[in-house]
Design a protein around this ligand. Structure first.
Ligand code: IPM
Ligand code: MG
Length: 358
């Protein structure tokens, strides 16, 4: 039995998750397979019931499943930003990543020709298109490095975090990036700040070594500031972008932004086995929650990634991705990607159209 933990979260999470479930139900019929969906609360939705963002009950449900399909979390904002609360204690995402050892975060960003107009890139650059994959290390680096804390008082009060990477951690994520490149355009750009940070000197040394094991892959190390610039000037030069946790956080948002809509970007976070968590790259968008206008495509494409990586169902995953392409080519758009002469649809209609094309 294929079991999926379904965690819609809060904000637009529920609305977009409903459409992903519609797609899963269609895949079940069309390919004659069965999934068991195990629903659980997370983020603001869990807080309302348990006063916890990531309750034990939810972890148990995830543990007995083969994959987690995650919506979005945002609330409640007050607890998340007060000084005492920071990082893994209140952020369900960080807790899940650590608990399940989800060290490899894959964030594809591709500019659909039909959506080039929505990109924040200059027209002549957008017209060229791009198709890249950010491979981000997700359970190490400055996010989780110890010590971190706050000390002192008054003007002498200070705060600190630790950026730390072990050789083994760098090797492991680099292997993911180089292997992914073999199924793509065979190029890896490794992002660091080796001109300033000792952690990043080690990062570059280790990735340089791994690159030698992949003579068929074009390899280029690049400073993060340069990469941020190149992404807006010439994004099509990138294929696989390999990053640590912090730089990957930043560059993956930039990559998503230049595609035109955060509502289009899926992601996969994988552990060493087949287990993974799949979620849209965008947030819970509290401002449009409940209006039924959120774009469900990122959630639906995350579902496709889940079928591919956790269930080894390539044909099924392709059928979802092709259905999304088709619906966009046919001119259907949610408000975030609307354009003149296109057919405006809401969240549910978009889900139904995609399911109808599977
Ligand atoms: C992301 C998010 C998270 C991160 C936050 C919400 C903790 O920005 O998944 O990119 O920084 O990793
Ligand atoms: Mg982020």
């Amino acid at each position: 039995m294929h079991e999926i933990a379904v965690l819609p979260g809060d904000g637009i999470g529920h609305e977009i998750m409903e459409e992903a479930i519609k797609v899963i139900n269609t895949v079940e019929k069309r390919f004659n397979i069965a999934f068991k969906l195990n629903h659980a609360l997370v983020g603001g939705a869990a807080w309302d019931k348990y006063r916890k963002h990531l309750p034990e009950e939810t972890l148990d449900i995830c543990e007995k499943s083969n994959a987690i399909l995650f919506g979005a979390v945002g609330g409640p904002v007050k607890e998340q930003t007060s000084s005492k609360w920071c990082g893994t204690e209140v952020n369900a995402l960080l807790g899940l990543r650590k608990h399940f050892g989800l060290y490899a975060n894959l964030r594809p960003a591709k500019l659909y020709p039909a959506l080039a107009f929505a990109s924040s890139l200059r027209d002549d650059i957008a017209k060229e298109g791009f198709d890249l994959l950010v491979v981000r290390e997700l359970t190490g680096g400055i996010y989780f490095g110890k010590p971190k804390g706050r000390m002192g008082k008054g003007e002498d009060e200070y705060a600190f975090d630790t950026m730390i990477y072990k050789r083994g951690e760098i090797k492991r994520i680099a292997q993911v990036a180089f292997k992914a490149a073999r199924n793509r355009r065979r190029k890896v750009t490794s992002i660091d700040k080796a001109n300033v940070l000792t952690t990043m000197v080690l990062w570059r040394e280790v990735v340089d070594d791994i690159a030698k094991e992949y003579p068929d892959i074009e390899y280029e190390p690049m400073y993060v500031d340069n990469a941020a610039m190149q992404l807006t000037r010439n994004p099509k030069k990138f294929d696989v972008i390999l990053c640590g946790n912090l730089f990957g956080d930043i560059l993956s948002d930039e990559a998503a932004a230049i595609t035109g809509s955060l509502g289009m970007s899926p992601s996969a976070s994988l552990s060493e086995g087949n287990f993974g968590m799949y979620e849209p790259s965008g947030g819970s968008a509290q401002d449009i929650a409940g209006k039924g206008i959120a774009n469900p495509i990122a959630q639906i494409l995350s579902t496709a990634m889940m079928l591919r990586y956790s269930f080894d169902m390539n044909e099924e995953a392709n059928s979802i991705e092709n259905a999304v392409d088709k619906v966009l080519i046919d001119g259907y758009r949610t408000p975030d990607i609307i354009q003149k002469r296109m057919k405006k649809v809401n969240t549910k209609e978009m889900g139904t159209l995609i399911a109808g094309n599977i």
